[in-house]
Design a protein around this ligand. Structure first.
Ligand code: ADP
Ligand code: MG
Length: 539
């Protein structure tokens, strides 16, 4: 059969006016762009061929061989092996990018293998052209399912050229084996790739952050979500042991093999306070720690909800207590104050008059304290009146001046509001908020520092900012400062901010905090500038 095939081609060559003395020389070349496209399409096949091919070249021990890989159209996509043979072939114009066609190369094992879909070899004088009588060519067709290129199957040939003096049947058998091994290798690769793709798809679409580290704590892999959950920049190959707060837990997991669960971590990520619940699970292989797997759940929303529940539970408890207390204290207080007033209206010696004055003042303070307590537990509706912002703020600062001087603190202002700007609010309540926040700022600052009161208008809102360069607030405490009774001070009550938040909420405003430990804190009070509740607006 082989002879029949050769005879048939030989006849065609003669019919087409080819001469054995001609030099076979493919003129058909594809563009580099097309060549690169085919290289990409056949990338897996080329890679596996090169690996197996290079090993074969070593086995052949000095024998001159050249491998060629073509696609189904006879286009040479890859050639590797003996440099001199490659050079000789390029003299015949056969290089990567050449298309082998019968009218140009005559009898060629590669074209026969492609055409007849059988392994084929052409040796020495089998070739039509005299120029090829020194060569032996062996070629095996392949046909692999193509899951990625989208063409269904990838077809082509793997050919091996040697010198005719080295000819044996061994290379053809080897090429057949090679194509066989390739089929298996490719199936394996693709199964692996598919599993890997699936794994990436799953891991990257989870709501949970995932971080994998090896036994030394170096990062092996992580999904995109993790990046949004931690402030540190991470990359594969870098150590995880420096990740803020988390590093020590990872170290614990990979050195002791103990799972670390439900670690609550507070981060400021791109200015957003994030709360994560992290589990770190050691990975064992044959009883030895191979690394660890950390999973992150963003529980910020849940955390804030819980905090709110805690706050409102506390507030309602305080409310009940305060209502009872207020009732118990107010009645006798009113009676006492009445008697003091009566006593004062009588003729008394000057010393008693002075003492009675003190008593009345102190009783007034107790009365205010009781009503403050009631305000906090049972928010009163603000009495809205127009306030000239700048003048009002100046008066609050004057009121606080003594307190600041006591701590060696200086107040400065930076107002972007004009003397004509008006805020509709309950002046007494807003004053209380400012006093609370200014007082905290003073207490957080070191002597000789300054506390700045700023104003600006933004989209129909007034923002009053109290800035200090004091101790700052940790991300964890930042979520707690508005809780009643939360204090870090020995003699603090932890009520100032919770009252302030309530008052500002009742004004349809909000308080935001920017703080960095050791750098300072900005308390921003946002208040609507328009009189948004006309009914309560008594002007
Ligand atoms: P108190 O002042 O009685 O502690 P607050 O409700 O006024 O209660 O404040 C609660 C906590 O918030 C303080 O104990 C402090 O830890 C923190 N805090 C408030 N303002 C500041 C600030 N400007 N700088 C640093 N920490 C502050
Ligand atoms: Mg305070």
């Amino acid at each position: 059969m082989e002879n029949n095939i050769l005879a048939e081609i030989r006849r065609r060559c003669i019919e087409n006016g080819m001469q054995p003395t001609d030099v076979p020389s493919p003129l058909t070349k594809v563009t580099d762009e097309h060549l690169q496209k085919q290289k990409r399409l056949y990338a897996d096949i080329l890679e596996v061929t090169e690996i197996i091919g290079e090993n074969t070249i070593k086995l052949l021990n000095g024998q001159m061989v050249l491998f060629l890989v073509t696609d189904d159209k006879g286009l040479v996509i890859d050639s590797f092996g003996d440099r001199i043979m490659k050079e000789n072939l390029s003299q015949l114009n056969i290089t990567e990018g050449s298309v082998l066609v019968e009218p140009e190369v005559g009898i060629c094992a590669t074209l026969i293998a492609l055409d007849k879909k059988i392994p084929f070899q052409t040796v020495g004088t089998d070739h039509f052209h005299l120029a090829l009588h020194d060569s032996a060519c062996h070629s095996v067709p392949f046909s692999f399912p193509d899951d990625y290129g989208g063409q269904g199957v990838l077809q082509g040939t793997i050919s091996l050229m040697t010198s005719v003096v080295d000819f044996s049947n061994y290379p053809l058998a080897m090429l057949v084996n090679m194509v066989d091994s390739m089929a298996r290798e490719l199936i394996l690769r693709r199964t692996n790739q598919r599993q890997l793709d699936l794994h990436h798809l799953m891991v990257n679409n989870l709501d949970t952050g995932i971080l994998l580290v090896d036994r030394q704590g170096f990062i092996v892999d992580f999904n995109k979500i993790v990046i949004n959950m931690i402030p540190d920049c991470i990359s594969v190959g870098q150590t995880s042991l420096h990740i803020t707060e988390l590093g020590t837990y990872i170290l614990e997991a990979i050195t002791k093999g103990q799972p670390q669960r439900d670690i609550e971590i507070h981060y400021d990520v791109k200015g957003v306070h994030t709360v994560c619940l992290v589990d770190i699970i050691p990975i064992f292989e044959m009883g030895k720690i191979e690394g660890a797997y950390a999973q992150f759940r963003d529980i910020t929303e849940r955390y804030y909800l819980e905090q709110q529940v805690i706050v409102s539970e506390k507030l309602s408890a305080i409310g009940k207590l305060a209502a009872g207390l207020a009732h118990e204290i107010r009645n006798p207080l009113t009676t006492i104050m009445g008697f003091v007033q009566i006593t004062r209206s009588r003729p008394l010696d000057p010393v008693t008059t002075r003492y009675m004055g003190y008593v009345q003042e102190e009783l007034e303070r107790v009365k205010n304290l009781v009503s403050d307590f009631v305000t906090m537990s049972k928010p009163s509706v603000p009495i809205i009146k127009p306030i000239e912002i700048n003048a009002f703020l100046e008066s609050v600062l004057r009121f606080m001046e003594g307190h600041a001087t006591l701590h060696d603190i200086r107040f400065t202002t930076s107002f972007y509001t004009t003397d004509q700007d008006i805020l509709y609010a309950d002046a007494a309540q807003i004053k209380q908020v400012l006093i609370n926040i200014l007082q905290n700022a003073v207490e957080a600052s070191k002597p000789n520092e300054k506390v700045t009161l700023k104003t600006r208008k933004q989209d129909n809102s007034l923002i009053i900012t109290v800035s200090d360069n004091g101790i700052g607030i940790s991300p964890e405490n930042l979520t707690k400062v508005q809780n009643p009774f939360f204090t870090t001070k020995d003699s603090g009550t932890g009520l100032g901010l919770s009252v302030s938040y309530r008052i500002i909420n009742n004004h349809n405003g909000e308080i935001t905090i920017d703080s960095r430990l050791g750098v300072g804190t900005d308390f921003n009070i946002h208040l609507p500038l328009t009189c948004n509740n006309i009914k309560e607006c008594s002007m």
